[in-house]
Design a protein around this ligand. Structure first.
Ligand code: ADP
Ligand code: 5GP
Length: 210
């Protein structure tokens, strides 16, 4: 059972480009959440700050962390390794801080299966349409058409994991999407009523995968 004063864990996952990083930044700025900083072997993007967006490490260092069993979860995503180290997360939760994770479905599965003694809420973010996803990816990864193509292909596979999450939220208007997540977290914490329509989500997924 979670202890009353412990923090809670909130995971946001999504197919690449749906807007999960944007939402994580918004939630951490507005609400009482610390973002878990992952380790990755991927190269930094021009707008990223080392030790803030990610701990950028080489393959050798990542393998050392695996061998030392320092990861709460780790996975290979798009040819690179990504992982969450255990100690900073557990320290924060024990101090009553809420922790927000921007991790993929493999990491979400691993954390869920650990059944830790902290409340866990998982969200899967979806784009309004494939066309809008393509536009968002093209704007973000402007220089690299190949990356956009690769991530659009990956979308078809990633979207299938929506079923394993507590909530699926559609990121059409950013503010609305943020408020929806925030209200669901509040309702979960306070055992309040939840504004959530499973049938609407199912239909949206059908539209995206047809
Ligand atoms: P992810 O972390 O899921 O890969 P990002 O947060 O990087 O996605 O978002 C992809 C791109 O879409 C970014 O350029 C971001 O600014 C933009 N974006 C995110 N959410 C919205 C939204 N609701 N409306 C319009 N653009 C958005
Ligand atoms: P990006 O390279 O676009 O920052 O992230 C690519 C994917 O890796 C995203 O789906 C992101 O959520 C995921 N990711 C980032 N950090 C971690 C992590 O620590 N563990 C796992 N499993 N996935 C991560």
């Amino acid at each position: 059972m979670p202890i009353k004063n412990d923090g809670i864990m909130v995971i946001l996952s999504s197919p690449s480009g749906a807007g999960k990083t944007t939402l994580v930044n918004l939630i951490s700025k507005q609400d009482n959440f610390d973002v878990s900083i992952s380790h990755t072997t991927r190269q930094p993007r021009p707008n990223e700050t080392p030790n803030k967006d990610y701990f950028f490490v080489n393959d050798k260092e990542f393998k050392r962390l695996i061998n030392n069993e320092e990861f709460l979860e780790y996975a290979k995503v798009f040819k690179n390794y990504y992982g969450t180290t255990r100690t900073p997360v557990i320290d924060k939760l024990n101090k009553g801080k809420n922790v927000l994770f921007d991790i993929d479905w493999q990491g979400a599965d691993q954390i869920k299966n650990k059944k830790l003694d902290y409340k866990l809420i998982t969200f899967f973010i979806l784009p309004p349409s494939k066309k809008i996803l393509f536009e968002r990816l093209s704007n973000r990864d402007m220089k690299d058409k190949l990356i956009v193509e690769e991530r659009m292909k990956q979308f078809e596979r990633d979207v299938l994991h929506w079923i394993n999450y507590d909530y699926v939220v559609i990121n059409d208007n950013l503010e609305n999407c943020y408020l929806k997540i925030r209200n669901l977290i509040e309702a979960e914490i306070n055992n309040g009523s939840k504004d959530y329509d499973t049938e609407y989500v199912r239909k949206h997924v059908e539209k995206l995968t047809s």
